[in-house]
Design a protein around this ligand. Structure first.
Ligand SMILES: Cc1cc2nc3c(=O)[nH]c(=O)nc-3n(C[C@H](O)[C@H](O)[C@H](O)COP(=O)(O)OP(=O)(O)OC[C@H]3O[C@@H](n4cnc5c(N)ncnc54)[C@H](O)[C@@H]3O)c2cc1C
Length: 317
């Protein structure tokens, strides 16, 4: 079922879902299952699986370094298919512009269609590690809107090259990213919202937000999006703080603000075990307020670990 159909079917009841990341290359999928198992009692209608960009590695060869490109966490679609099969749950592979040509994307989407995976998150992807700005891959897309267009074209039976005799059209439900505190490269919230509207106009069916720690940021974003004419569901994506280092890392990577009270609580902690507990409690409070506000889904960034997400979900669902 499509994410939007799950939302409709819930008739206003808030759903629980989460995002996982594929294991590092060479690692077993078992650890992922061990972390999904405890969350299945909360009946997630869908689970998102991220895609990692390619990165450069340097291999020493006769005193010189040879630069190679690799993907440290491959297997997004395989994991989606495996989870769908094992848990009978819908899965949402993240599809990126960065690192993929349009042909590779078409190939991936055709695989999704054959597997019965009809939800995808369409994302641009970040700059490659070590590079300051995002550069489009040769033969790939520059912005997520173009990727949404490509997926939407498939939904109408239009493939990349030429007209085909299509008797089995794809029917993808398309999610896109939204930023309550604006995307780090956007010159203003207003211009970022305009770009979001373009993604929706191109065919996006719903939005999932970047993490935020102050619900007002989400509420203001939803209001501003409505004023911009965005009427699709806006799903809040939230993450519990797990280690002290997140205080620096999250603002640095995502350009988001952390509330003073949260910082003060984390500062009081003697170790990361206590920080994890503070993160859980903060996230429960955040989730309760969002739940009372009637958000369609509470979507958690699990980073592949379930103990804290289970503690949060147990207090709510
Ligand atoms: C819910 C969620 C899930 C994510 N999952 C992943 C993942 O699995 N893997 C991963 O690598 N990253 C992931 N990301 C991160 C995402 O790839 C980055 O935030 C990326 O920098 C932007 O992606 P986007 O799809 O929002 O890009 P876009 O919508 O293309 O926007 C990127 C920037 O360009 C601007 N812009 C858009 N269109 C135009 C235009 N026509 N002209 C000029 N400027 C324009 C926007 O305002 C914005 O500043 C995720 C983010 C979120 C919120």
């Amino acid at each position: 079922m499509k994410v939007t159909e799950h939302i409709k079917k819930a008739k206003g009841k808030t759903l629980f879902s989460f995002e996982i990341i594929p294991p590092k290359k060479g690692k077993s999928i078992k650890e992922l299952y061990d972390n999904i198992d405890p969350l299945m009692e909360f009946n997630p209608p869908f689970i998102d699986v991220t895609t990692s960009r390619e990165e450069f590695i340097y291999i020493e060869k006769e005193g010189l370094f040879d630069r190679k490109i690799t993907r440290m966490r491959p297997g997004t679609l395989g994991i989606c298919a495996a989870i769908k099969h094992k848990y009978n749950v819908d899965t949402v592979p993240h599809v990126l512009c960065g690192g993929f040509t349009k042909e590779e994307t078409e190939y991936l989407l055709v695989d999704c269609h054959y597997l019965g995976i009809n939800n995808v998150m369409a994302l641009r992807g970040d700059a490659m590690k070590g590079e300051q700005y995002f550069k489009a891959t040769k033969g790939g897309h520059t912005y997520a809107t173009q990727l949404v267009n490509q997926i939407q074209n498939l939904n109408t039976g239009k493939y990349l090259h030429g007209t085909l005799d299509v008797d089995d059209k794809a029917d993808f439900c398309i999610g896109v990213a939204g930023y309550p505190e604006k995307h780090l490269e956007a010159p203003s919230i207003k211009s970022d919202l305009k770009r979001l509207k373009e993604k929706v106009d191109a065919g996006a069916d719903y939005v999932v937000t970047q993490m935020f720690f102050d619900n007002n940021k989400y509420f203001e974003f939803v209001e501003a999006a409505k004023k911009e004419g965005i009427t699709v569901p806006i799903i809040p994506g939230i993450k519990p703080i797990a280690v002290n280092r997140h205080l620096q890392l999250l603002p640095q990577v995502f350009k988001i603000d952390l509330p003073e009270t949260l910082i003060a609580e984390v500062d009081k902690c003697a170790d990361n075990k206590q920080v994890r507990q503070v993160g859980v409690e903060w996230c429960i409070q955040q989730s309760k307020e969002l739940l009372n506000a009637g958000v369609p889904v509470l979507h958690y960034y699990s980073m592949g670990k379930s103990d804290n997400i289970k503690a949060i979900a147990s207090a709510l669902f």
